[in-house]
Design a protein around this ligand. Structure first.
Ligand SMILES: Nc1ncnc2c1ncn2[C@@H]1O[C@H](COP(=O)(O)OP(=O)(O)O)[C@@H](O)[C@H]1O
Ligand SMILES: [Mg+2]
Length: 235
């Protein structure tokens, strides 16, 4: 199976309003894919549909060969929601053990994940005392419990300065090297270049998809920001 996520002709209405309009894309296994689009374009709605918590109007979503929302997928997909919650009054280690209990994942994986996100020095520190970058890595760690094969990250780097973004991207790369499939969203085009493949979204529709290099060559632009603008202006 070459693709971890396959979305076919997805349509979603929320409160009766069409939000996602006939969307189709595939995410290759072991790749880092990005859904990029302005705020309100439907990124979170797509993620909710992929993890199986969003009712869809029509279309089909397959994750690891199974229909989205299947029981078997529960521990195989990690989901970091847009406003990820960690408990300020628990330590790093307590946060992860707490989430691990809720998810029913093994305690051994907690130690492994602490290493992976490089919070070994901070395990006894209260989450409220962590720096922005450490907090972001702790939030990411909660999505990695249970060692999911597919990791969905909704705007994981929002609000982080460029250096902290780089820190977080190092972890994404490590996960990619382990054969995990990452699908993340961002409303800022400067992260696009770091992804293997992109879906550019606007008002619930796909503007374009492909690798950053493909999209640049198709539009004749050199910067992703200009690629997006050029696609929006295209008649
Ligand atoms: N609970 C909801 N009920 C109705 N409409 C919603 C709800 N949540 C989001 N929307 C609408 O769906 C559209 C897409 O939202 P969202 O998927 O959150 O976009 P993004 O994540 O790209 O910012 C927006 O127009 C938003 O107003
Ligand atoms: Mg969102």
């Amino acid at each position: 199976m070459a693709n971890s996520i396959v979305v076919n002709n997805l349509c979603v209405k929320r409160d009766g309003n069409p939000i996602i309009l006939d969307l189709s894309f595939e995410i290759r296994k072991g790749s880092i894919a990005g859904i990029l689009g302005p705020s309100g374009s439907g990124k979170t709605t797509i993620f909710r549909a992929i993890v199986g918590v969003q009712e869809i109007t029509s279309g089909k979503i397959t994750v690891l060969g199974k229909p989205a929302g299947s029981k078997d997928l529960r521990n195989r997909i990690g989901y970091l929601t847009q406003s990820a919650s960690i408990y300020a009054d628990l330590t790093v280690s307590e946060n992860l053990r707490y989430f691990s209990k809720i998810l029913g994942t093994s305690e051994i994986s907690v130690d492994e994940i602490i290493d992976l996100v490089d919070l070994g020095k901070n395990i006894k520190q209260l989450a409220s005392t962590l720096s922005g970058g450490e907090r972001a890595r702790l939030a990411l760690a909660t999505a990695l419990l249970g060692k999911p094969d597919v990791i969905i990250l909704d705007e994981p780097t929002v609000g982080l300065d460029p250096l902290l973004r780089i820190e977080l991207w190092k972890v994404f790369r490590l996960l990619g090297e382990q054969g995990k499939t990452l699908l993340l969203s961002s409303h800022s085009m400067d992260e696009a270049d770091l992804c293997d493949s992109l879906v550019l979204l606007r008002e619930g529709k796909i503007l374009a998809q492909g690798s950053p290099a493909q999209l640049k060559s198709e539009t004749g632009e050199t910067q992703m920001e200009s690629v997006f603008i050029s696609l929006v202006k295209k008649p």
